[in-house]
Design a protein around this ligand. Structure first.
Ligand code: GRF
Length: 191
């Protein structure tokens, strides 16, 4: 399908993946990042979006889970696909029903291992290290009503060496994220 797509990116913090996505789709003919949304008004990722002249909005729990304000913003902006890039809140049913198979997430490990509630950020890499894994990586997946359990779209792997620390693992995984997430989003949108 090559219909024009309008993406909304949700983030909660730093937004380094989001920035790679903004950059990848700058001047891209059929895919536009139209809106960047956050539960955290102070998220650095919102500043990154503003540098790319992308509209940003922050929201609270009520606007996300109760009143439907966030869903209305998505409709107003004619958003076709939702990209989660370091977004820490659970996605409400209403959003999943409005965008079935049109929400994508990235997880910094090889799901189904090291996923689920509470598994985010450095906790994931600490878990990988503690379990003595020799490989870790990234998982890009569709989002359904369960944490980290949607259809897996893509995985990439890297080695975990005995001398690796959670921090050094995080760096390797982040490099994989930055190089793969934008192109995998592109492929997913165009499928
Ligand atoms: C990434 O590791 C991603 O896999 C996870 O959250 C982190 C976000 O990092 N979902 P950043 O905000 O993109 O720098």
């Amino acid at each position: 399908m090559n219909q024009p797509a309008r993406l909304a990116v949700f983030l909660s913090g730093n937004g380094s993946n989001a920035e790679q996505i903004f950059s990848h789709f700058t001047n891209y003919p059929t895919i536009t990042v139209a809106l960047v949304l956050s539960n955290n008004p102070g998220a650095f990722g919102l500043q990154r979006a503003q540098k790319f002249n992308i509209q940003t909005k922050a929201f609270n729990k009520n606007q996300f889970y109760e009143s439907g304000v966030v869903l209305n913003w998505l409709k107003e902006e004619q958003i076709t696909h939702i990209v989660l890039a370091g977004f820490l809140w659970m996605i409400p049913q209403s959003l999943i029903q409005a965008y079935p198979k049109h929400i994508i997430n990235i997880h910094p490990a090889l799901l189904p291992k090291f996923g689920g509630k509470g598994m985010y950020g450095s906790k994931v890499h600490a878990g990988v290290k503690a379990a003595g894994e020799t490989k870790t990586g990234i998982t890009i997946h569709e989002v359904n009503e369960k944490y980290d359990e949607g259809k897996i779209i893509f995985q990439a792997r890297c080695e975990v060496l005995p001398e690796d620390t959670p921090d050094s693992i995080a760096k390797k995984v982040q490099a994989l994220e930055h190089s793969h997430y934008p192109v995998e989003i592109e492929r997913w949108v165009k499928q």
